[in-house]
Write a protein that binds this ligand. Structure first.
Ligand code: ZN
Ligand code: ZN
Length: 311
């Protein structure tokens, strides 16, 4: 059976490294003075798709509602209380979801970046309905089909298609891995998604370390009007660097993919790694100052917040 890889050189860690990290016998990052509180939240305003442009709403962690061209799409929707196969207390949501999945407007399609539990939540997908079209990277259609989902379409890196009239989606490369059980490591691929419609380009980076593909994404598909870029789950660095970018690398990705504006994601919602929950936006703000980028260009927003994007 096929296993997917990242097609460039990078460090890799194995199961025994997970044990070293969890047992506390591996090196720790320097202690941080950042506050350990989750992302701020604001009441969500659930409206229809805007007449002109797109409305992007952060639903927490890597979950977004994208509304444009008269359509409602979701990326990586997770509404469950835990991002784990069992309700492990350590993987409990640290801030409530801004609404319930069944309160969302009728969803026309869902884009999924990969199969990790903090991105692919079967309970949420079941609530949306098994006929909802799902767009996935390669290797997901078989098992999602077995779960009863009837409209699953796989797309390979830089593969692209019109998913709804006037809306084109392109899968973009990322450096990551997949596993839902101890037995399916890298049996399915991982990606980000570029969405084009109504003269606007939105880009969700997926879950990724920094990698050379981001420059190529910028050259082939940029500039991006609005990016959604991960900034959290990076500590300890020796272990997380091959799978998750840190805020400084996220700013590099913002530049390389030629984002005009972006919002930070993959932070402040679930406690996945060692850094305090409130550290990623502080490091993002410092790096933006250091690189002379306005804070309004790459925002660390609030869960439930919406942004209007025009081309
Ligand atoms: Zn992941
Ligand atoms: Zn993740």
């Amino acid at each position: 059976m096929r296993r997917f890889t990242n097609p460039w050189l990078h460090d890799e860690h194995r199961f025994r490294d997970v044990l070293r990290w969890k047992a506390g016998i591996a090196p720790k990052d320097p202690l941080s003075a950042a506050p350990d509180h989750p992302a701020p939240a604001v009441p969500i305003a659930l409206e229809g798709a805007p007449q002109d442009g797109w409305r992007v709403t952060w639903l927490g962690h890597a979950s977004f509602l994208l509304q444009g061209c008269g359509r409602n799409l979701l990326v990586d929707p997770v509404f469950s209380d835990h991002c784990a196969p069992l309700p492990f207390p350590s993987l409990k949501r640290q801030v409530p979801a801004p609404c319930r999945a069944d309160e969302l407007p009728e969803i026309d399609a869902v884009l999924l970046s990969h199969s990790h539990y903090d991105h692919l939540d079967l309970a949420t997908l079941r609530t949306l309905g098994k006929e909802t079209p799902l767009l996935v990277p390669e290797g997901h259609a078989g098992w999602l089909g077995k779960q009863g989902f009837r409209e699953v379409r796989e797309v390979s890196w830089f593969g692209s298609g019109e998913i709804l009239p006037g809306i084109r989606a392109t899968a973009t490369p990322a450096q990551h891995f997949t596993a839902r059980t101890p037995f399916d490591r890298n049996r399915a691929h991982w990606c980000g998604w570029l969405l084009e419609g109504g003269g606007v380009k939105l880009w969700h980076a997926g879950d990724s370390a920094w990698c050379p593909a981001f420059r190529e994404i910028g050259e082939r598909l940029g500039p991006v009007d609005f990016g959604m870029i991960p900034i959290g789950a990076y500590s300890p660095r020796w272990f997380m660097k091959p799978m998750h970018m840190n805020p400084e690398e996220a700013v590099q990705v913002f530049r390389e993919t030629r984002c005009r504006r972006a919002v930070a994601m993959h932070w402040g919602t679930f406690r996945l790694t060692d850094e305090p929950l409130g550290e990623p936006p502080l490091r993002l703000a410092e790096e933006l100052v250091r690189q002379g980028i306005p804070a309004a260009s790459f925002m660390a927003g609030s869960i439930g917040e919406s942004w209007l994007v025009r081309g």
